[in-house]
Design a protein around this ligand. Sequence first.
Ligand code: ZN
Length: 142
Amino acid sequence: MPLAKPVTPTRVFMGRLAHGDDLLEALVRICGAQGITAGRVDAIGAVRMARLAFYDQAEREYRYFELDRPLEITKLMGNISLRDGRPMVHAHVTLSDRDGSAFGGHLAEGTIVFACEYVIEAFAGADFVREYDVATGLALWT
Ligand code: ZN
């Protein structure tokens, strides 16, 4: 059975990250500061460099890679839930270069903001807690 639990949008935060922020860490910090334990996030902007990951399904581990150059954030989308009692932002991002070529993946720490505008929507209602999933090797919602 697919998992489906109702949530209610409660608060929306719109803002800008600081030049030089770590993109993922900054989003997590906002969630911690605002007490957000469930929600969603989207953002656009640009990064000085990116560190992304691809989940190797056969080996069951993330393969990290770096794009060490300026890129546009054409789309960041993600969700917010709890892992080990703390807010976790799970985000995927598509980035583009000066030719319009796009790259994408699972956003990892080490992606450095040039400029970034975000919207975070907080939800109330059901708990979303990540725990180890035997079938995938990932920390998924239970
Ligand atoms: Zn992911």
